[in-house]
Design a protein around this ligand. Structure first.
Ligand SMILES: [Mn+2]
Length: 297
């Protein structure tokens, strides 16, 4: 089993960016990387997971995991795909692309795998197999840097609602550090980490004084989409519905797209299938740095 939580050093040579749920929208990412003049030799791109399903090019998004400048965590779509292919991963044989154990995979955007199914040979293509094996290498949490420069990458939420062991509505750095030391993420945490929408659907999102949580470093996440990035209790949700922009072209009330966030500048840029121009914005992540307890190392 691969490490469920991984620590990376601060990027001393270039910039760090975070991208929202890609869902196969590889071409939107290319547009954004061109615009920000992403430097593959010095910059890093972090993904909040959900690389696959729904959009036009899931496998290309998955193959980004091979790039030395790209770091992703597992989203619920990656987990559903692993469940769907569980017996294929063990036996190397697949009789049909039916959802025998009902994982929900095909219904929720997984039908793209059909093009890689070799029915006569009862298996998937080698390129697909390579992509599938990459999903298994993705951690659940990335902890990047130390002290004031520290930030986290997760898929959904560090929500601790209903957990007696937590005194705040979200888990803090002190708890994340314990998981890091023990190299495990407790099951009660993992489920929320991947699936929760509690925080992003709560009143915290609407209250300007609830943007930051003392003791929790900026925590980038996705999973729940709105047309703009949002902040709640140090969570910065940058899922702005990349795949939904394919279908919203005729709807003037929606403005979905793919967002890339520049961590140091606290600014974001979004590209969409339903408009030519980019949308840009800025968030404030800084106040909390004063409140963060310093780590000794
Ligand atoms: Mn998701």
């Amino acid at each position: 089993m691969i490490a469920p939580i991984r620590k990376l050093p601060t990027n001393a040579f270039g910039k760090d960016y975070v991208v929202g749920d890609l869902h196969g929208c590889f071409d939107l990412l290319q547009r954004l990387l061109n615009d920000i003049q992403f430097d593959i030799n010095h910059d890093r791109l972090f993904s909040v997971g959900d690389l696959i399903d729904r959009g036009p090019d899931s496998l290309k998004c998955l193959e980004l995991v091979n790039e030395p400048w790209f770091y992703a965590v597992r989203g619920n779509h990656e987990i559903i795909a692993l469940d769907f292919f569980e017996s294929y991963l063990m036996t190397g044989r697949l009789e049909s692309l039916q959802d025998i154990n009902y994982t929900g995979f095909l219904e929720y955007g997984g039908e793209w795998v059909d093009q890689y199914f070799l029915a006569a040979e009862q298996r998937m293509t080698p390129e697909f197999d390579r992509g599938l094996s990459m999903i298994g290498t993705l951690p659940l949490i990335l902890v990047v840097g130390d002290g004031e420069k520290r930030f986290h990458i997760i898929h959904a939420e560090l929500s601790s609602k209903g957990q007696k062991t937590s005194e705040s509505p979200v888990w803090l750095n002190t708890e994340v550090d314990v998981w890091l030391d023990e190299n495990r993420v407790p099951p009660r945490v993992e489920d929320r980490l991947i699936w929760s929408r509690t925080l992003m659907s709560s009143q915290y999102v609407k209250q300007p004084n609830s943007r930051l949580q003392s003791g929790l470093s900026p925590t980038f996440c996705g999973h729940t989409y709105e047309s703009r990035p949002r902040q709640a209790l140090s969570h910065i949700c940058i899922d702005t519905g990349a795949f939904a922009s394919i279908e919203s072209a005729d709807d003037i009330d929606t403005d979905f797209g793919l967002t890339v966030f520049d961590v140091k500048a606290s600014s974001w840029i979004s590209a969409s299938y339903c408009r030519e121009h980019f949308v840009r914005g800025k968030l404030s992540l800084n106040n909390q740095r004063i409140a963060l307890t310093k780590r000794k190392n």
